[in-house]
Design a protein around this ligand. Structure first.
Ligand code: BEZ
Length: 326
């Protein structure tokens, strides 16, 4: 066969493969968090609903705890089509698309409930829509996690006490900047490695949330819990761009709506479980709990804001929307 004819034949096969819609599929969904985490529970509930609503045509297998690799690896798998879906930290997306960093502005929202309003607002939804072109995966919706706080292995009373200390951060620039501005040594580390690092003194403290502190038992290795709620920490529902191309409009709608429903449910869930987890941690008597607001970090918040306003105009748009909520 001549080369030109061969290319034509290959192109035709490819276009048939792309246009023929997927009749039935067992979708594989990956997460970095353990099966006990609220994100994993939401993914499981979503899979069950999808199965029911598709009359059993679409099922879902959930792979929690980084079984399929870390988030960067899962993102690559989504791009190649080796993975169908993921519930992924927006932190990981920020490593590829800086605009998403604006979502982590200190004290952008007061609590998880308000983060749900902001993340369903026009600016955040525009960010979601930009993903297919930027990362080769389709963003279906945002959900929440418990608000960020700080657990230290030593007593603290002010942000000054953090100077020179090694603080574990999720590996992404907004958290790195926050602790660097504070004078701490930002130490990037995936959530899966945190317990041991705190136990063996590799880090002096961790930027985390109530769910990690309680369910992954970080409190066992802590001295002080600074309940600061200084950032939100959204999760994003992603589907492989390749799979998306092969789905017909009705299936796309079904998957989008089901995913959004269960991710949105997280905003309400955390409103309830955050309070429970805080009381559980208090009940252990293991850590001193300090309630803190923006004043604890004083000028650090403003320095972060100045830095990120230079990086992305999205921050100002989000601040305007957030002001309507607060
Ligand atoms: C973290 O890196 O702190 C994190 C990762 C996944 C879910 C929640 C927190």
């Amino acid at each position: 066969m001549k080369l030109k004819t061969l290319f034509k034949a290959l192109a035709l096969t490819a276009s048939i493969a792309l246009s023929s819609s997927v009749a039935a599929k067992d979708m594989r969904l990956g997460l970095i968090v353990p099966a006990s985490h609220e994100w994993s529970k939401a993914a499981t509930a979503m899979g069950e609903e999808l199965k029911e609503k598709s009359g059993g045509r679409h099922t879902m297998s959930i792979f929690p705890a980084g079984q399929l690799g870390n988030e960067a690896q899962m993102l690559q798998q989504l791009q190649t089509g080796a993975l169908d879906m993921a519930f992924m930290t927006v932190a990981e997306i920020t490593n590829r698309s800086e605009d998403f960093g604006a979502l982590f502005a200190p004290y952008l929202v007061k609590n998880v409930h308000d983060s749900g309003i902001l993340l369903n607002g026009p600016t955040a939804q525009k960010l979601l829509d930009s993903l297919a072109a930027d990362i080769g995966a389709v963003g279906l919706g945002f959900g929440g996690a418990s608000m960020r706080l700080l657990l230290t292995a030593f007593p603290i009373q002010s942000a000054e006490d953090l100077k020179g200390r090694k603080i574990r951060i999720t590996p992404f620039p907004p958290a790195k900047d926050f602790y660097q501005i504070m004078g701490a040594a930002s130490t990037p580390m995936p959530v899966t490695d945190v317990y041991d690092s705190l136990a063996n003194g590799q880090v002096d403290g961790v930027d985390a949330d109530l769910e990690l502190v309680w369910r992954m038992k970080f409190y066992e290795r802590g001295n002080t819990l600074l309940h600061s709620s200084h950032m939100m920490f959204p999760v994003i529902g992603l589907v492989s761009g390749r799979l998306w191309q092969q789905l017909d409009e009705a299936d796309r709608e079904l998957i989008r709506e089901t995913t959004r429903k269960h991710l949105n449910g997280l905003f309400k869930t955390y409103g309830v479980v955050e309070a429970e987890m805080l009381e559980n941690i208090r009940g252990t008597g293991k850590v001193q709990i300090i309630e803190a607001g923006p004043e604890f970090f004083s000028s650090i918040n403003q320095q972060w804001e100045t830095l990120w306003n230079k990086r992305t105009p999205v921050l100002q748009e989000l601040r305007k929307e957030a002001a309507q909520i607060n």
